[in-house]
Design a protein around this ligand. Sequence first.
Ligand code: GUN
Length: 292
Amino acid sequence: MQLIDGKKIAAEIKKELAAKSAKLIDDGNRTPHLAAVLVGSDPASESYVGSKERACKEVGFISTVYRLEENTTEKQLLDIVHFLNSDDDVDGFIVQLPLPKHISVDKVIEAIDPSKDVDGFHPVSLGKMVVGNPLFLPATPYGIIQMIERCGIETDGKHCVVLGRSNIVGTPISIMLSRKSKPGNCTVTLCHTRTKNMKELAATADILIAAIGQPGYVTADMVKPGAVVIDVGIHRLLDGSEKGYHIVGDVKFDEVAPKCSYITPVPGGVGVMTVVSLLMNTMKAYDTKFNK
Ligand code: GUN
């Protein structure tokens, strides 16, 4: 069994981005700039936005965070989105999800200029991905693709089973891995809440992607010997430790790992890659603008 070390792969990519950004600045160009909008004070969202700020610093990008009160109106948020769309100093930006219930996520995402949609959530970004002409790939699936590619895992003709059909992970990764591309060319089964025989299907996977949102859902009997297992789950389980919690994924790592050819750990797997994907997309947004 080989561990897919998200931290190590993320560090490699950050090094590449830092070198590129330093060269741009040395050559007298503007510094790449990622902005984030955070509405309310959800602790998980605070933590994600904090890691995005730190990652920007590490690679020499500018990061700006707009922190808005929980009771911000949809109109106020849309005004900020329009402002960021027209700010030439901002290459890309994200609106951290989830949003308070009184704000329409679809309206907000659709208001983002697709050329700055570094989360890859806008229908234009998703449409381009579906037709095989991607601009910004959604961050988590993009991170998974990077891990597969950089570990030299063969995907051609493999059976990939994806557990969970969210717009952010399950649906896009199932499309990406079924495209005629490298990595890609998989036969994909996308499982969801109405799937009748999820456990049996999972056990037929050469590549199993767990994005179901349930801690420890994938057990050893659901994994084919030699499978590649990618765990997208990040759950805080409260415990009596000093920190008060520990992090687990959708996979019961200890019992599943010995059966796998490759597996991602949690933490230190897909989660760290998501942040790096956002940086890669920001650099892409910068390059695209630059080459216009
Ligand atoms: N909330 C959880 N994951 C994400 C993400 O990748 N992007 C945004 N904007 N919000 C999130």
